[in-house]
Every structure is written in C-alpha cells, then in structure tokens.
Write a protein that binds this ligand. Sequence first.
Ligand SMILES: *Cc1c(COP(=O)(O)O)cnc(C)c1O
Length: 402
Amino acid sequence: MTARESFGDLRPPARVLLGPGPSDVDPRVLRAMATPVIGHLDPEFLRVMDETRELLRAAFRTENRLTVAMSGTGSAGMETTLVNFLEPGDKAVVCVNGVFGQRMADIVERTGAEPVVVSAPYGRIIDPADVKKALAQAGGPVKLVALVHLETSTGVWQPVEDIAALAKEHGALFVLDTVTSLGGVPVEVDRWGVDAAYSGTQKCLSAPPGLSPVTVSDRARQVLHARARKVQSWYLDLSMIEQYWGDDRAYHHTAPISMIYALREALRIAHEEGWENRFARHRRVGRALQAGLQAMGLELLAQEGFRAPMLTTVGVPEGVDEAAVRRYLLSRYGIEIAGGLGDFRGRAWRIGTMGHSARPRNVTLVLAALAEALRVQGRRVSAEAALEAAADVLAEVPAGGG
Ligand SMILES: *Cc1c(COP(=O)(O)O)cnc(C)c1O
C-alpha cells in the first residue's frame, strides 16, 4: 500500500462540547501545550512536575506524598488504583450503579481478585446499608471497597463519607473514582479517609484527555509495598512510578511532557478562579440547565437530591428519535451532547456542563437548540419557559462567566 500524495491540513470544526467529556479546553491550556518540549529529566521539567503535584494535592485536598499524574486516560487511573493493591484471591467490594462501577468490577476480576458487587439501579445512589451487609457477609477479610463519586453514565452524585467509614471499620482500603467530580464538586481525600483516588484531565479540569491524576494514602502505600507478588501491570506499577515522581527521579517511562504542561495550566486556571468559586459556578450552571429541561416538560433521570451539577441525564420522550436529535444539534449548532450508556442506552441524553463548558451561554444555547430539535421531531415544547427558568438561576451567576 502506498499513501496518497498529500493530505489536507488538520481542521477540526469549532464545537461546543456539552457531552460527558472531553469538555471545551481553555485556550490557555492549548497555548501551554504548544510551548517547547524539553527532556523528562530536565531540571526545568522536574520543577514543572513538582508544581503540578502541588496543585494536584490542592485539588484532591490531600497531603499524600504519593500524588502523581498517570500516563493514560481516566481508565488508566482506575486500573492503577486496583491492580496495585489487589492480588489473586483477595476480595473487593465494588459498588455498581452504572457503567463505571461495572468497569471497576471488570478490572477487579482481571486481577484474579473476587469482586463482591453491591448494586443499585441506574439513576439511584448506592445505599450504605447494602455496603455494610456485603462487608459482613463477604466471608473473610475484604481488601478494598471501590466507589464512583459521580457516575457519568447516570448523573448520580454519590455521598461518600458513610461508605468510606464502613471501609475503614473493616480494615479495607477505600478507592474513589473522581474522574468527573474533581474540579466540579468538592473532593475531600484526607477528610473522608480516601486511600486511593483517581481522576481524568478532560472532564471538569478541562484539559485534553491523556492523563489521570492519582493520589494514594500512606496506608495504601504500605499495602503496595507489602505485596507478595509484583504488580501484574509493569506500566502502572506505582512502586516504580513513585520513584520518578519522588526524589530518585529514576527513569520509568518517558513522561508525556506536553500533557503535563496542559494539566499544570488547567490546574493553575482552577487555582486562580478559586476552587470554591469553581464549585459554585458548576452548581449554578447545572441547576439552571436542569430547571430549564424540567420547564420544557422533560424528565431528569437521576434521583432527586443526588443530581450532579456537571452531568445531567434527561429522558428521551416517547416517539422521539434519540440519535436524530443529537445529530441535529451537532450539524446545525456544533453542539455535542451524548446518548445514554448501559441501561440508559437509547432512553437518555447526557448533557455535560464541565469545567470550561460550564458557562451560562452554553445553557441558553443548548436549551434553545434542544427545543428546536424536538420541534423538528414533531414535539412542541416551550423554549420560552425553559429559558425563563434557566435565566432565573443564571441571574445568580457572577458576571464575566460568559
Ligand atoms: C470518563 C470516566 C471514566 C473513564 O475515563 P476515560 O478518560 O474515558 O478513560 C471513569 N470513570 C468515570 C466516572 C468517568 O466519567
């Protein structure tokens, strides 16, 4: 095979990213990525890493020494926090109320450990009483309890503290997925007693996909260092990764330089905004969107009282072609939203208001565009009612958010 003579320039269209990630990337982050690549052991780069780690600790609200950015997307972080602690024959309680909890159970199984699944229907939170029961009935020590903070397949925002305390009571490590929550709602690694948390760069941190921030408590580090066998993944082995991020600076694999630049800049932006202000912005923008959708007569699928502000699942009305609406939004307005996953496939849209995408103008835009798309499908909904309901909430957002 020979390639054609020439290929066109790369010209991705302008989009408004209102799906479950990636979210819109701040131009400052793109500029940071275009700065010169230097060596991964260059003293200047090591300084950039140190600053990135300091910012990550602030994001996770932790003093954990072992705080790094794993090379890979959020799923690499998920795999890291499971394969480093689990050995064949171990038991792990995994909370499953959506696609990402299911993915954790799958990874646990692949380590040779035994997943003890605690489940809840899509759209509902995990009940701590069910976790308590599972721990009591596990028939032996449980090595680890794993939970998703913000289930991106359902839009459910899970309370963490009770389940973290149960894990601790049973001497199990507590692993928390914060891929969608970090940077959008408070994540309190030290206060909640989280032993290992992981995130991703492309959701509420608004950098491109490619890194997975991970933080590990000293207690979990001891479990890692007391393993009987080597970690089955060479690439994700934290006992080696920590030597590169720590004082030894030992080469393990080449750090993705430009992605670290991106993460540092994204975290610097959040730091400048102020984490509390950032949470408040997500809360208001999410509430405005949800108020607008309800005013339009649409049904929100996440349990009331536990709806995530940055990912909203909304039911597709009877007789409406789910995919056709998404195609309409994309082709006519350049807006990306997503369809349902797992049990919600074909039944839901997922609208993300994450990081740089969590802005008032995007709420107004997507509500108006969605009302129009539904009209084209023969479904008359009131855009005016939706925009009014949203505007009432958005009036509380400080000016300048655009
Ligand atoms: C997106 C996501 C992941 C997976 O991250 P990738 O970057 O797609 O690998 C894991 N957990 C949750 C909750 C997510 O939203």
